[in-house]
Write a protein that binds this ligand. Structure first.
Ligand SMILES: Nc1ncnc2c1ncn2[C@@H]1O[C@H](COP(=O)(O)OP(=O)(O)OP(=O)(O)O)[C@@H](O)[C@H]1O
Ligand SMILES: [Mg+2]
Length: 307
């Protein structure tokens, strides 16, 4: 449903925002784009939704090339941008109707989408009077009015309180479970990605550095990892562990916390070895790898903690 080949964007100011990415999203799949600020996620969505012109490469939505046939590509897709686009002075209903008229959705779809997103009771109010979460849901309802086959969601849950966030996740999961829609979403919340996405691509500096199901990505780190908190510089401690063959190449440091993939010998042996090296470890523990670990190893940054 989404086919991307060697897609790249260089902005006029010289920033190489996206540097040749390839991926395919199957019909009915929910595909997550993860990555630190500035990784190129929104730029990728911009190119797929025809608002940003690619410098190189191709992208097709349901077979329609976004550059050769932008109108056809847009007619099968909808997008909820990172920044709100609904008009605050107009009522929710008016916003949805305008979008429906633009993209040949019917009035019935206005009501059904609003009901599906739980904002039907709010439709007659000016959008400016809605809360952030209500507005976000209205935006998604608006995107669904044209009955898209592909839905792009750029950080759909940013700024929402935990309850609304979970409600919205349920809504997106519901769309997924109906199986009629292909979804590409970006998020900084790993728990969200894990819960919603069939597959995840991790972007870093304009490139895809990992792609797979959440389980496949976690499996790259092995069955168990050891986390060590040291007093002081984590990099020095990691260098010593490497010298002694305790830490593998995929080990990484964030601040004074080392996360060590075990090269063999098991967690107990590793913990004993760490003790023997007298690294000044404040705590040592073994646990199963999470998506967070995969992300940190590949991007060297820390994601926002989920609320
Ligand atoms: N219109 C623009 N002109 C010039 N540079 C831009 C433009 N839009 C984005 N960039 C740059 O391109 C890079 C990628 O930006 P992009 O918005 O795609 O990142 P992102 O992954 O969506 O980040 P975030 O998580 O912060 O939303 C950044 O370095 C950014 O500064
Ligand atoms: Mg963005």
């Amino acid at each position: 449903m989404i086919e991307v080949e060697d897609l790249a964007k260089r902005y006029p100011n010289g920033v190489e925002a996206v540097q040749g990415v390839d991926f395919v999203v199957e019909p009915g799949e929910v595909f997550g784009l993860l990555g630190p600020n500035g990784a190129g996620k929104s730029t990728t969505i911009g190119m797929l939704t025809t608002t940003v012109t690619p410098t190189r490469g191709t992208a097709r939505l349901a077979g329609h090339d976004v550059v050769q046939a932008p109108l056809a590509a847009r007619s099968v897709s909808s997008v909820v941008f990172q920044e709100p686009v609904v008009d605050g002075a107009l009522s929710g209903r008016r916003n949805l109707e305008l979008h429906a008229r633009l993209w040949s959705g019917s009035r019935t779809h206005v009501d059904t989408s609003a009901k599906a997103l739980g904002v039907h009771d709010l439709l007659e109010r000016p959008v400016a009077t809605l809360s952030g979460g209500q507005r976000r849901r209205l935006e998604i309802a608006r995107a669904l009015v044209s009955q898209p086959r592909v839905l792009f969601l750029d950080e759909p849950t940013v700024g929402l309180d935990p309850r609304i966030r979970h409600e919205l996740l349920d809504v997106i999961a519901g769309l997924r479970d109906r199986g009629e829609l292909t979804v590409l979403l970006t998020t900084h919340y790993l728990d969200e990605a894990e819960r919603l996405c069939d597959r995840i691509a991790i972007m870093h500096l304009g490139r895809i550095v990992a792609l797979g199901t959440p389980a496949e990505l976690r499996a790259e780190l092995g069955a168990e990892i050891v986390e060590i908190r040291v007093d002081g510089d984590g990099h020095r401690a990691l260098a010593r562990l490497r010298e002694h063959g305790i830490a593998g190449d995929d080990s990484f440091v964030v601040g004074s916390t080392l996360t060590v993939r075990l090269p063999g010998g098991g967690a107990t042996a590793a913990i004993a070895a760490v003790d023997a090296l007298e690294l000044g470890a404040l705590s040592v523990g073994a646990r199963q790898p999470t998506l967070d670990d995969v992300y940190l190893r590949l991007t060297g940054g820390r994601l926002a903690e989920a609320a």
